[in-house]
Design a protein around this ligand. Sequence first.
Ligand code: FA5
Length: 349
Amino acid sequence: MIEELKNKLNLIETNYTSKIQACKNVKDLQDLQVAAIGRKGELTELLKSLKDLSLEEKKIFGPLSNALKIKLSSLFEAKNAELENAAINEELNKTDLDLTLPAFPFNKGGRHPLAIAQKRMTDILSKLGFIWAHGPFIEDEYHNFDALNIPAHHPARDMQDTFFIKNPHKSDFVLRTHTSGVQIRTMQKQKPPIRIMAPGRVFRKDSLDATHSPVFHQIEGLYVDKNVSLADLKRDLTVFMQGLFGKKAEVRFRPSFFPFTEPSVEVDVKCVFCEGKDKNCPVCKGSGWKEMMGAGIVHPNVLRNCQIDPEVYSGYAFGMGVERLAMFSLGIKDIRAFYENDIRILEQF
Ligand code: FA5
């Protein structure tokens, strides 16, 4: 009996090995596989005789038939791969498809140049010890003006005109004209030492030109502690500017006026586009310098408005224009390039 079964196994092996080799397509191969090792296949049927064998015979026939099943399975698998590859190659040969050509380009997203520039600025300020603070875009008149020593009658309000929304119960709402309101919000909540930076969008009734926009971004800085002086302000802002524009950057501090700082300065940077040599430079208008920020020593009235004693504490504050600094550090000559979203410009950064 066992000899007869062994012969049958041999027959199955030779028969299917040659049939597999001769097979020309995947469909025929699948049929062949079902006929050999499928649920009702020849080898599967033969295996059913196992139950009629003695224990000794089972020990011989069992491993032999299993080994054949494994062998046939791997022959089917290899032949299947061979036939599939042949079918793909045949298909490819029929077309002009060139798989060696580079793939179609796909558009990768990128960060907006303003976001890139702002991150550079806040990274430098972080290293100088400033921590993030935030305030609302829709501010109230008190935080945007009054608490900053700009009462309703003050002419400084005219320079920062914006939308006012009536609030019958409290101070009117305004679209904030600068980030300086965050100074007040911070000092109302926190006592010195304070060292914050407050980046964000601001709104003004300014006409659009190469260096002005009615919506732009500022970063406010505020440092309040004992014995803070203009020397601290000059040192920190020079370090900041050189961090952004390189050690050779020329920075100029010019006396100015803000109702919330005394003394006040305007901080200019030497024009990186024309260095003062082009009388028609659209950025510096031929002056050789461009104003980047306002700054100064926090006015005692502002400290008092926030219940901080100006006899004990002093502080400096600054408010920089992100677009202006970004234009200089990225080499963009017109502020409108930030908002027009011309993909050819955006993808350069
Ligand atoms: C202010 O807004 C003050 N709050 C700054 C300040 C803060 C002074 C703390 C003292 C202490 P100013 O209006 O100059 O100041 O604006 C600050 C900066 O914002 C300017 O130097 C300029 O870089 C930028 N800026 C002003 N107006 C525009 C505009 N329309 N478009 C783009 N950038 C502008």
